[in-house]
Ligand binder design. Structure first.
Ligand code: CTP
Ligand code: MG
Length: 476
């Protein structure tokens, strides 16, 4: 019998507890709605054959747009759910009734768990070869108590060893979950918050197998969860980039047109060299080559010339920046303006000049920030505040440009050995600094990745594992 694994994305809730005022599956994270991250996870997971999205009347249009704009071709149906979660599950069961020669398996997943991994989905699907119902759980870390709500006292403390926190996905053979619901619907007292609970109660002989979940696979329930999911998404992206970074993936740079603004020294120079080694068409634009980021006309001219010569612009890296280490009060006014012009306004100018070309190529703009963006630093206030502004700008433009398929991300390298740093801070012990080359390598990995709207911290540890993974010695 032909097996078909259908991912069911439940996105019909109203998200009352979150208090966002819109259904939480539409909240934007790293430039895109949460539900889009979740659909991508299923679309890109090799064991999933088809996807059904269950949603509500107020989301359906947005979700249809996402599916058609992003060409999620595994999505076969977008259907309306119900008021209760189980009604949404039921809608998917009814929409997927198998033909006689089909073995349909439904893998139900909360739209608001965007961090589900391939590993989890894969384990659920494989476990369905041996069991008819699967849950995904993680060991409980808190002590769970049962309460007597009447007296608000403890009624019992179940042994923690046997407790687990339930996540999704939950997977079922179609007949199993359909049979369970058929019985449930005959029960006047039927209540549930998940699908495994229905199988447990109404098909007590069925063994529900437990697959290991991941602590990262959290559900967006309250507003604060958003900060955590944002950070975890960043860590996930870093892992993916690190694992994907091989000479083979970097060879995708071949014949791509890349402008490196500020590419005559430091990280920009290394990016230009590495991209050249991978046969990208690299154009370095800096003061030395006659491009002045403070002047938008100068950038318009540079971009137009590159486009004229090469016919397209795929990637723009903006590594231009100056670090003046001086108390603000002692700086000359012209130097104050220059620092803001180059570090911040220059970034705005680059974004404005690059936009039309990146829209045409569905390209990628990569900015650079510094660890000082999270907290202003004494004696280089203009540098650190510009870097904070660049982060903010990146996030905003990621949302603005997402409909046009332009990605924009920001690299946040730890202290890196560059001429700019040496000038400001003098000679520092070599092993306390990242090499510009390793930052360049990872930056190219980010350029080739589908991610957008992210601020990616490059730490020494991360750089080391990326380099070990790629086994790139640096001579290539
Ligand atoms: N869900 C659904 N249909 C419902 C209720 C929930 O498809 N009638 C989906 C939600 O969209 C979410 C997942 O089930 O992706 C988990 O539900 P939950 O976290 O409870 O989300 P909401 O019901 O939207 O939120 P709340 O309970 O705070 O209102
Ligand atoms: Mg709910």
């Amino acid at each position: 019998m032909a097996i078909k694994n259908i991912g069911v994305i439940l996105a019909a809730g109203s998200g009352e507890r979150s208090g966002f005022g819109i259904p939480k599956q539409l909240i934007k994270l790293a430039g895109k709605p949460i539900v889009e991250h979740t659909i991508s996870a299923f679309q890109n997971c090799p064991v999933i054959d088809e996807i059904i999205i269950v949603t509500s009347p107020d989301c359906i249009e947005k979700i249809e747009d996402i599916v058609s704009n992003r060409a999620f071709e595994k999505v076969k149906k977008i259907i309306k759910g119900g008021k209760e979660r189980f009604e949404s599950s039921l809608a998917a069961i009814r929409a997927s009734e198998p033909l006689a020669d089909q073995d349909i398996r439904l893998i139900f997943h909360d739209a608001v768990r965007p961090l589900v991994s391939d590993r989890i989905i894969g384990d659920v699907v494989h476990a369905l070869d041996h069991y008819n119902a699967i849950d995904v759980v993680v060991p409980t870390t808190d002590t769970i108590i049962s309460a007597d709500p009447m007296t608000n006292t403890i009624a019992g403390v179940p042994e923690r060893q046997i407790l687990r926190n339930g996540q999704t996905p939950q997977g079922f053979k179609w007949k199993t979950i359909n049979d369970a619901y058929a019985l449930a619907l005959k029960d006047a007292n039927f209540r549930t918050t998940d699908d495994c609970g229905v199988v447990l109660k109404y098909l007590p002989d069925e063994k529900i197998f437990l697959v290991n979940g991941e602590t990262n696979n959290i559900k967006l329930t309250y507003q604060d969860d958003l900060h955590i999911i944002d950070k975890l998404l960043q860590l996930n992206t870093k892992k993916v980039i690190c694992n994907d970074l091989t000479s083979r993936t970097l060879s995708a740079l071949k014949n791509k047109v890349l402008i490196v603004v500020g590419g005559t020294s430091g990280i920009g120079e290394e990016i230009a060299k590495l991209a050249n080694a991978y046969q990208a068409k690299v154009v370095v634009a800096s003061r030395r080559t006659g491009t002045n980021v403070s002047n938008i006309d100068s950038l318009h001219k540079t971009f137009a010339e590159v486009h004229e010569i090469h016919g397209r612009i795929d990637y723009v890296v903006n590594s231009a920046g100056i670090l003046v280490k001086q108390p603000l009060i002692l700086m000359e006014y012209k130097d104050v303006l220059e620092a803001i012009q180059i570090n911040y306004i220059g970034t705005v100018h680059i974004a404005m000049s690059a936009y039309k070309y990146l829209k045409e190529s569905k390209g990628h703009l990569l900015n650079f920030t510094s660890s000082s963006y999270t907290y202003g630093r004494a004696f280089y206030s203009l540098y650190s505040s510009s870097k904070a502004a660049i982060v903010n700008l990146t996030q905003a433009l990621a949302e603005e440009w997402h409909p046009h398929f332009i990605r924009i991300n920001c690299i946040n390298p730890e202290r890196t050995r560059t001429p700019m740093r040496e000038k400001a801070f003098g000679i520092e012990t070599a092993n306390s600094l990242l090499s510009a080359r390793s930052v360049a390598l990872l930056s190219l990995g980010v350029l080739l990745n589908e991610t957008t709207g992210q601020i990616l911290d490059i730490t020494k540890e991360f750089a080391k594992s990326a380099i070990e993974n790629t086994a790139l010695s640096g001579e290539k």
